[in-house]
Design a protein around this ligand. Structure first.
Ligand code: BES
Ligand code: MN
Ligand code: MN
Length: 452
């Protein structure tokens, strides 16, 4: 196995770079053809690696790539999930090299999708190829690589519920998260849920002269800003009534275990060029970004934003708001609580509409499961160090849905780093991480087969 990996690592990288050159931006219909081309590339690479089945499944949106290799029906089955779609690359002017022309700099691959998630799921394709080529695949494997993760996985739920038999497996394995650092391997044992909403505040029926009407008629931008500001109190708590009702508070032992993982606040601040952090009173920075729910305005607009000045009192103002949720909050319930509260705090001088976008439930991996133990053993073997359990702050909404629809737990064996700039300009993924992942995945298969 090691010989095969060593002999082929240059080609593995070349093939990943080829995939990274395809701008598979799922959010923007302009890239629809590219998204399909990326799906086709993934399908082909699964077929070439030795899958018996490698097919595209059409959906109402972008296609899903499905592949499988059944070595023996009596053996366990690992279902690999990943996504070949990427976030939009803008703002383009902040990239030091074009987002879809990957370059290697300082031992890192710079390209949109390099870490999230092309570079990570492609490790599984190459690990599978290596196990096939060296006759060492110890159990069955299935692949489900989708093209709509970054836009809410709207069509994957239907695919999953219509293909329960096909997707039958013993565990789901995903590499789409980060670890603490290259010398401190870790495994995310939880993901936050998400509720994403858009709000619209309407004042007068048309834009007005801000001198003729200003001061006498509600300005929807002023009103919206005040409403958003009121959603947190002075302790950083969210003020929506009943928002925290279902939040699972961690025991002192659990908090202590999570806090024992290395973290340097000074480096964290220096990396972000901030003089201080901010958040909910009574919780550490890491807790605020993982085990606590949040509410953030992601975008706000309205009025005149062109060059120069225009004296206008706008008719409308808008904002996009995300809430990250923790066990056992329910995203539909939180969305309803938000909508009711946001309506209730609106002054009579404006009208408010709240439109839910998408969301997903939070998720937890049990530390005592065979799958977690297998991932722990695999990372221990490849890093020479036992991985630390952590809780991830991001969301992969489909993971909770897999549990509900397929009754399957997921192991989040991610090889990225928080500093990879995912969703940002200059996204990158370390060559170390790419190769380490390819080396570790077969070890997971070995340990999982032995433990099941
Ligand atoms: N891979 C990320 C999620 C992630 C990143 C989890 C880092 C843990 C650590 C995923 O592609 C993502 O970006 N998810 C979105 C949610 C989705 C509904 C758009 C997110 O978390 O904003
Ligand atoms: Mn991702
Ligand atoms: Mn993402």
């Amino acid at each position: 196995m090691q010989d095969y990996l060593e002999a082929n690592k240059g080609r593995f990288l070349e093939e990943l770079l080829e995939l990274l050159r395809i701008p598979s931006v799922s959010a923007d219909s302009k890239f629809k053809g590219d998204v399909r081309q990326a799906a086709e590339y993934v399908r082909e690479s699964l077929a070439k690696a030795g899958a018996d089945v490698a097919e595209l499944h059409e959906t109402a949106g972008h296609p899903i790539v499905y592949g499988e290799k059944i070595v023996d029906p009596s053996k366990p089955t690992v279902l690999i999930y990943g996504h070949y779609d990427v976030q939009p690359a803008d703002p383009l002017e902040l990239w030091t090299s074009p987002p879809f022309e990957p370059v290697i700099k300082d031992e890192k691959i710079y390209a949109r999708g390099s870490a999230d998630d092309k570079g990570q799921f492609f490790m599984h394709v190459k690990a599978f190829e290596a196990m096939m080529a060296t006759d060492s695949l110890p159990c069955n494997v299935k692949f489900m690589i989708e093209g709509e993760e970054e836009v809410g996985s709207n069509n994957l739920g239907t695919f999953v519920s219509q293909n329960r038999e096909k997707l039958k497996a013993d565990v789901i394995l995903i590499s789409d998260t980060a670890m603490i650092s290259n010398d401190t391997p870790s495994i995310d044992t939880g993901l936050r849920g998400l509720s994403y909403v858009e709000v619209e505040v309407t004042g007068p029926n048309r834009d007005l002269h801000s001198g003729v009407y200003g001061g006498a008629v509600a300005n929807p931008i002023n009103t919206l800003a005040k409403m958003i500001a009121s959603l947190h109190d002075e302790n950083g708590h969210i003020t929506i009534p009943n928002f925290y009702d279902d939040v699972v508070e961690l025991s002192a032992e659990e908090r202590e275990m999570l806090e024992s993982a290395p973290f340097n606040l000074e480096e964290y601040k220096a990396d972000l060029a901030i003089d201080d952090v901010q958040g909910e009173a009574g919780f550490t920075t890491r807790e605020r970004a993982s085990i606590r729910p949040t509410l953030d305005c992601n975008g706000i607009w309205g009025g005149y934003i062109g060059e120069g000045a225009k004296t206008v009192l706008p008719s409308k103002a808008y904002a996009k708001i995300s809430m990250r949720l923790v066990p056992n909050q329910d995203w539909n319930k939180i969305t309803d609580l938000f909508a009711a509260h946001f309506q209730s705090i609106a002054p009579k001088s404006v009208k408010v509409t709240v439109t839910p976008h998408h969301g997903g439930q939070p998720y937890l991996t049990p530390l005592e499961s065979a799958a977690y133990k297998a991932a722990e053993a695999a990372l221990t073997e490849s890093f020479g160090k036992k991985p630390v359990p952590t809780r991830g702050g991001g969301s992969i909404p489909i993971v909770a849905l897999f549990e509900k629809e397929l009754g399957l737990k997921t192991v989040l064996m991610g090889f990225g780093l928080d500093s990879d700039s995912i969703h940002s300009p200059n996204e990158h993924y370390g060559l170390f991480n790419f190769y380490k992942g390819i080396e570790t995945i077969p070890l997971f298969f070995k340990h999982f087969t032995a433990l099941s």
